[in-house]
Ligand binder design. Sequence first.
Ligand code: BMA
Length: 850
Amino acid sequence: MNEMNDRKQILDNWRFRAAGEKAWMPAQVPGCVHTDLLRNGKIPDPFYGTNERDLQWIDKQDWEYETEFDIAGSLMASGRLELVFEGLDTYADVDLNGRRLLSADNMFRTYRIDVKEWVRPSGNRLRVRFRSPIREGLARLEQHGYGLPATNDDSVTGGLGDRKVSAFTRKAPYHYGWDWGPRFVTSGIWRTVALEGWSDCRIADLFIRQDEVSARRANVTAIVQIDSDFDGVASLTLTTEDLRWDAELDLHAGRNVIEVPCVIAEPRLWWCRGMGEQPLYHFQATLSREGVIADVRRVRTGLRQIRLVRQPDAHGTTFYFELNGVPVFAKGANHIPGDSFLAEMTESRYRHEIASAVEANFNMLRVWGGGIYEHDAFYDLCDEYGIMVWQDFMFACSMYPGDESFLESVRLEAEDNLQRLRNHPCIVLWCGNNEIDIAWSHYIEKGGWGWKQAYTQDQRERIWADYESLFHRVLPEAVSKMVPGAAYWPSSPMQALTGDANQHAHNSSTHGDVHYWAVWHAKEPFERYNDHVGRFMSEYGFQSFPACRTIRSYASASDMALNSEVMLHHQKHPSGNQLIHAYAEMYLKAPRDFPSFLYLSQVLQGEAMKMAIEAHRRRKPFCMGSLYWQINDCWPVASWSSIDYFGRWKAVQYYARRSFRDVIVSIEEKAGRLAVHAVSDRLVPVRGQLVLQLVDFGGQPLKDDTVDAAIGPNTAAIVHESSVSAWLSGHDPSRIALIAEWKADDGECLGSAIHYFASTKNLALEQPGIVVQQVVESNGVALVLSASRLAKQVVLETEEEGIFTDNYFDLIPGKPKKVKFYKRGNGQTPFEWHVPGQVTVRSMVDFILS
Ligand code: BMA
């Protein structure tokens, strides 16, 4: 049944077929051809084994979707009737009752067509024919005359050799393959299709522009776009909470833009998580004519003042976000699309990701430019949970054409999405693209990723001019037109607006943001994270394998080996498995078997990200952001993700949760000295006693020291310094640990850290004898773990889906640890406290050869 109300009718009941075939099959809209084929039993699970390879024929075909619909009398009576496509992926010819309405070519646009003249009360037939994005891409490539670099476009798997077509089509770049994702260049109606009716006049858009917001007052302007069929008077009322503003309007036929200035005294400010609440204001605009309500529009926003502060200082130029006057250290990760097949993303999957980010003490996610402008649900959740969003436009790791029709398509795409998303308080930055400026490095002949070398001087100049048109003109113009005052940053990473050789970003930039990838791509040791700290670390990362049961979703028992065909197929970075292996050899003892190697890979990733995050935070306020690569996956795979495709937390998610706590203690060993750092994101000073205790692996105290330790608000400082030799004094470094615990006067543990004097590989680990006890608490049951010898990276596992309050932690004899389990909830409650059936507890010694 079609969902109907007076003004809107969602069009469903779709069928589909390959163009040229006779028989139709049922289709799901929103959806795509791959999932429709799968549901009809026409193709095997695209994620299983190496099936991806065999499914490349799908994108070489044209596909047809069709529905028939009747229109209810009340809607039919509307003066205007619009057919609205919120997402067509991508080259779509739309026919209604045999008449061509539209030829779409941009997946990110909203298409709205007046169809009043062409519809009838019953028996309407709507057909959408998707032309093959590959064939279209090839035609555009040929027309362009030469190819454009697109490092992650997996044209080989797609059967196209070195012909990379992704850059010529406004379609999610990751569909063409990425170094964590498969190539499924799908087609389909990926967002809602509806008929919308109106008569006389309607509110087309309501934007609450935040002109100046402080705790004292918020000056906002409601910008109301009204479409009218007549010249004449109407009235508009705007309300929020118990406030009300009225305006008499003199409308003219066509689009009217009305500005209603509103002052809200002592507004409740929106803060990111950790800094305050997330109050949201519901604004309602009511349009009336002759005392009768013609239309009502509601939007939700949070009132806040946000600035990207880039100011010269003694080191270079600052790069930080100031929220309501307070500099915020951004903590979080990069986000990619949660599925290769976008319509598979549900509100509950988004909620799981955002709630997991909150549980891990994030306050920011970067919506990275190789995916999509996310669904409304994603931003709604970020608004509600207090997660700031760094929003890229959808361009990544590729050069793009710059002809007039491409630029115009991008302009419209940008305006559509800016309009859709501009009321979300969570969005703090609009960024032009991912890594293109640095990859091309126009002003450094040998700089960048070697792309320029494939082109003549003339071609280079044209490619760069096209780049500048897109990222230095079209996009910033769209941002300032649609969201005046919002921050725009042309590319990530960047130092400053690129105009000569000195402006290009590099690993040691003291201006702009930095992507630091020498750990991983260049095999540098994890310790290099301590040396390469920029003003804002918007990318760095390390891969791991997902959990064994996630691997079982795509591999059979016989595939369970590092270099099996299936394991290599589910590793999209060309040398990923070797790199993980090489780092494992560097830091850890050899694994007992393949499942043990999976555990080691996760521990390694956790240790690497801990080291990076804490190095960044210790340099606050020089460094004001740390976003690791990447929080999620779009299919089950070995990747940099911290939460796998099924929502299962890898070790690193727990490590991040600890290292992103608002107050931490972090120990750094450098040149024979040991510095204990305290980092605080609290807005009040923090003080307490720092207790340092040297113990052996049996928990025996060997030496200690206690000092008063205090730091100011929102900063970092060294609170204790000593020499390594003073602690070691004759002890075997492979058998001792230094524990630092910072305790407030009221007993609160502000932070704690454990330091080892040897690499995990060289520690003298023995069977720890872990004991688990269930402890009944007033509203649930907790587990208390204790050990008789040091237990490294203790892992708790259960068959049930959910998270522990801590995991992959070290357990010191004499210091029992209480842990709870929260099962993954549904709907509104992302996690529910629960007693898991059976929990296995193991630690490093169980996975390594002695
Ligand atoms: C950065 C990202 C992605 C990529 C990741 C891992 O370049 O922007 O393009 O997936 O590194 O290589």
